[in-house]
Design a protein around this ligand. Sequence first.
Ligand code: IMP
Ligand code: MG
Length: 413
Amino acid sequence: MRLGTLCSTGRAIISNFLAARKLCKYENWNNDIGKMETVQVLDKKFKVSIPEEVIMKRIDAVAEKINRDMEGKNPLFLAVLNGAFMFASDLMKRLTIPCEISFVKLASYQGVTSSGKVKEVIGINEDISGRHVIIIEDIVESGLTIKRMLESLGTRNPASVHVCTLLYKPEKMRNDIDIEYVAMRIPNDFVVGYGLDYNQQGRNLKDIYSLVEENESNQNTENMKNIVIFGAPGSGKGTQSDLIIEKYGLNHISTGDVLRAEIKNDTELGKIAKQYIDDGMLVPDSLIVDMLAGVYDSYGPNHKGVIFDGFPRTVPQAEALKKMLADRGHKVAAMIELNVPEDELMTRLIKRGIDSGRSDDNEETIRKRLNVYHSQTAPLIDWYQAEGIRHKINGLGDLNRIFGDIAQVIDNL
Ligand code: IMP
Ligand code: MG
């Protein structure tokens, strides 16, 4: 394909790529070790803990042992998806004895036992009776998953069942299980990479990374500038928001946009929200906060700040937002209120109506919209005043002067 004739597929690939970069950000390339020292996966930061070369050496050792132990036994390997796929592949390349491999998955289903959820092994198409079976796992923690596997396989009369795991967290083991083949023992840290995931992300990393403790990664939150912006229609809120975003590198969360996107993308939350809307009801605050939290978390734990636009609209919403941020050790640093006298707003909105050809924007409908705005925001303005973070900005006059006043507030946060 020639450059310059980027087809829609090409554009889709690029936009998917850009979206993916928000999920997984690789940073701090270190030339000495030839790899990324830290990565951001969703809302968490991870640092490299087991480099690829070390993983390979450890797999060499495990493979050697299996080659010895299983000589002449034609073992059947059952690799547990999804996490074990990379390990299984590299292990297989090192096996020199005749052997077979198949892949299984653990599916949760609501059982009738007291514990509720039961895991069932699915995908075993082979007859394993009389076979020497080796389960290949990515990681064994409490041992519960492996216990279920062993129970399930035990009923199918294999000659023997063995466990081979890439990683083992001995401190977390809660079941009396013999794990014969362990590539690496690791401490309790949560790890990603080389097949292991954090919420399905990070499996593609070549090395293994461990979670950076919250207090290690939260050093920046002191400087985080989360801002709630209030402004009547016609107050210049959109223009000023754009200037703030540009100067301070903030993210912008517009509740309307988020809600529309969730519904359009048919997400779980979007489906529920749509039902409320279709039934002519208001989408509950908790649902909106869940959606905003999802977008908020996509910026990672150390973002520069977010401008909340169109939310909160009520005091309970302001409280919910405060709690959502507090749960993450964050807060709203400022509420910025763009204040423009009613007469000026009327003049601007009537002019805007004429310019855009929206002649239905007559004085009466505009006055109604402004009244709704003022009656909605008045209690919120009092609430933020009581929180001690309300900043009233004179929104009348030169655009740069107004932005200068806003910048002064933000610089002092
Ligand atoms: P167990 O049943 O407690 O032994 O847990 C094993 C399962 O938990 C693995 O198959 C993984 O899906 C998951 N898991 C445990 N620790 C980690 C980790 O550090 N990173 C990613 N997944 C993990
Ligand atoms: Mg797993």
